[in-house]
Design a protein around this ligand. Structure first.
Ligand SMILES: [Zn+2]
Length: 101
């Protein structure tokens, strides 16, 4: 798997909502909007936990910190910008090279 362009995967698919205690938080992939200075950043397929009862929305902690790290220019060396369409290319394989004559 290519880990450069993917979000950290949450560990489970649902958990009880701690807001209404009746609903379940389900993992959804939404388009996340955030402001970076005067620029509106759009992050498609961002993992979010949404309650099916009260509609409470929580974002995956690791995904948020991952995004913050990428968007924050002071967080170290600039990483790749999140692309709109991640390349579904095949993983690199160690193919045997043809012998040189
Ligand atoms: Zn709820």
């Amino acid at each position: 798997m290519n880990h450069l362009q993917t979000f950290p995967a949450p560990s489970s698919n649902s958990f009880p909502c701690n807001e209404c205690s009746a609903g379940m938080m389900h993992l959804r992939h939404i388009t996340y909007f955030t402001w970076l200075g005067e620029e509106l950043i759009m992050v498609p397929n961002f993992p979010a936990w949404i309650c099916d009862m009260c509609g409470r929305r929580e974002f995956d902690e690791r995904a948020i910190s991952w995004l913050t790290m990428i968007l924050n220019p002071n967080a170290g060396k600039p990483t790749r910008q999140p692309k709109r369409t991640p390349r579904p290319g095949p993983a690199k394989r160690n193919l045997p090279r043809p012998p040189l004559d």
